[in-house]
Design a protein around this ligand. Sequence first.
Ligand SMILES: Cc1cc2nc3c(=O)[nH]c(=O)nc-3n(C[C@H](O)[C@H](O)[C@H](O)COP(=O)(O)OP(=O)(O)OC[C@H]3O[C@@H](n4cnc5c(N)ncnc54)[C@H](O)[C@@H]3O)c2cc1C
Length: 241
Amino acid sequence: MSVTPVTEPTDQPTTDPATTDAAPTDSYAPTPRTVPTRSKERARYDRETVHSILDQAYVCHLGFVRDGAPVVLPTLFGRVGERLYLHGSTGSRPLLAAGTSDPGLPVCVTVTHVDGLVLARSAFHHSINYRSVVVHGTAYQVTDEEERRMALDALVDHVVPGRSADSRPANTRELAATAVIRLDLDEVSAKLRTGGPNDDAEDLDLPFWSGVVPVAPAYGAPVPAADLAPGIAVPDYLATL
Ligand SMILES: Cc1cc2nc3c(=O)[nH]c(=O)nc-3n(C[C@H](O)[C@H](O)[C@H](O)COP(=O)(O)OP(=O)(O)OC[C@H]3O[C@@H](n4cnc5c(N)ncnc54)[C@H](O)[C@@H]3O)c2cc1C
């Protein structure tokens, strides 16, 4: 089977978001490290777009440097306002590093949605429709007990809204075994690709199917735990996922 290269199509020159006037308050101010070199017109900095991309994702990728080399780990997260929370075992190395580094652990968190497979006539112009967010910043360990509990609720509610109120809260032992880090949403960019293939004009008559295959997440019917006590119905909030 041949592997088709997925490329970013050539883009028209556009306004550089980093050089426009001061960003409105409903946007993150672009910084030199949040402006893409390529396809700048696909970048977005408005909080509404960024929040919606974050809130629709289950998984983020946490990138940091360990012993001089980059490491990227997939993990759950939650958002509360302009702050992301990540959690894990107190033995988790990035979480440990965020607690022992001074001042905090420099990180890059990314979130990605694949919305469509873009099939062009030419292999070169194959692409992906996507929405993604990149967050640069410094992660700090959360030590305040109230904030830790709130963050853990946010993590659960991020997966299934309303679920934290419908489950047993963490007890003292579980809280002691869990580390939480926070990352402020400050240096943030989103990037979106939409639309069809950008084939070259001389390829338009080639006899290859061209277009987009939409990709969307789907939920199956809830499967009760094998040891679920009888008489507990599927909660209504699962019906709205
Ligand atoms: C699912 C998916 C598949 C992709 N496949 C390809 C591919 O095959 N080839 C390819 O060249 N590109 C691909 N991209 C786009 C890729 O993420 C980069 O945007 C692209 O490589 C351009 O890099 P750059 O040199 O402009 O980035 P840089 O100049 O290094 O980026 C500077 C800053 O711009 C922001 N930025 C850059 N890219 C993104 C992004 N995707 N989302 C949010 N902020 C961003 C970040 O803040 C980053 O630090 C894909 C993106 C997604 C989401």
